[in-house]
Design a protein. Sequence first.
Length: 507
Amino acid sequence: MSKKYKTAISPTREEDYSQWYQQVIKASDMAENSDVRGCMVIKPWGYSIWENIQKNLDQMFKEIGCKNAYFPLFIPKSFFEKEAEHVDGFAKECAVVTHTKLEDDGQGSLNVAGELTEPLIVRPTSETIIGASFSRWISSYRDLPLMINQWANVVRWELRTRLFLRTTEFLWQEGHTVHSEEQEAIKLTTIMLNIYAKFAEDYLALPVIKGEKTVSERFPGALRTYCIEAMMQDKKALQSGTSHFLGQNFSKSSNIKFQNKEGCEEYAWTTSWGVSTRLIGALIMAHSDDDGLVLPPRIAPNHVVIIPIFRNEEDEIKVKTFIEDFLPQLNNTSYHGDKLRIEYDDREISGGEKNWQWIKKGVPIRLEIGPRDVANQSVFMARRDKAHRDKDSISRNEFLNNVVSFLDDIQFNIFNRALKFRESNTFLLDDYNEFYDFFTPNNIDKPMIHGGFAYSHWCGDIKCEEEIKNRLKVTIRCIPLNSKYEEGKCIFCSSNSTKRVYFAKNY
RNA sequence: CGGGAUGUAGCGCAGUUCGGUCAGCGCGUUCGGUUCGGGACCGAAAGGUCGCUAGUUCAAAUCUAGUCAUCCCGACCA
């Protein structure tokens, strides 16, 4: 066995990380590029993951009293212009609707016609249009807090796109809250950040660092931006969720006022927070291997796939009878308050081929059931968190009794693997030369997977941050919330610093 | 939007230098047979106006111009 095993995905992560990423998506049949530049078609396997993300997050939002609503896709240009920083941040990437109809030119083509007096912007985010509604909904402190979320699509006209990570149109949720007290609004942004972190870690098995963005990385119009940052397998950081404290910026521009207990009118304090289909990109890049997708059970479209194995009709009947007897019991098993999601794959294609399709799709547990298993009342189990040849025969009852703990174990392993990866690629760097080498690939022409997170001192000067970005394309991903007071010297200018921040290359 | 690369069957590619049986290969698909507990084998078949549009030429996948798309690097960004 001197020959290397053939991997299902080629190139491998090591050979060409970004090609590997695209091949994983193709092989798992999650999504594809569409005929519209920069936009993706999310196929059933990918959409099903999104539905699971929605379902679980939605529940978490509702638990803290948030309600869902829906606001228009179009934002009048005049609304958008109200918040100056906001305009600066998004103006360059807005799709704008200027006409309302098409007219036949009599030669087989259509001309745009019916010009609008005021152009409509396709929402890149909805603070301004939601703010307009909120200003009508709120008049008294008794109306507060107001907590609204919407599941929607947004458009940001990006120059360079990548499936799930950055597409022109993407799906997300955006929550918008209004409060009478500044501290209450700030507290809500951290509550949301904790929800995101918990969701990422418990469901996506994605270890994240909770932190605050520096001024230059803030959401346009926000006073503070909190974020969760995760490390991908190419050691780059991916911002996976954000929560913004907007102060009174948007309440002033949208005129969101309320009468307080003393009867005086005040501007309210607002927040906004969101996660997007980018989470699916994070999921892929954090866990998948050279055989394709690896899905954490809590978010997988299917938990278990059953693959019947037989060589003749007699065996086929035996095997199928066994499985059909076994299925209802499996279906009744509950998994974290949900039903176990089982796929019985009885398509007429070879077992090996089926097996590899499900490996590439990342299903946590594969069960091969053949005549030998029927005779022994057992099943042959393979786990996606282990090597594809590493399979075990266990009794059917043992499987039934333990399937939930197997899934939990897979979830746990995937999380731990990602956590260890992040930890072993995070370094306390205190010397600029060391820092420079850390972020410089050995071969510039073919930059290999290199770097990681540098946990280093920063004096707080925006100029140091900017210079590092210019030189190395490395940015401060966040100032971690749990950072401790520590005296040190800024990695760039050697001025005094009191805390460390995370530096990394990012998506 | 700047620099680079690529575009040939569902997927992965060869052929382009030097225009002339070059429209091919592997995988996949369909059919038939043999197999059968770790991506099976044999045989047959289907499938492409060579990204698109002009041009040069007796003749273009091949040369020229334009155009579109994708990927990589940069700027921008969740």
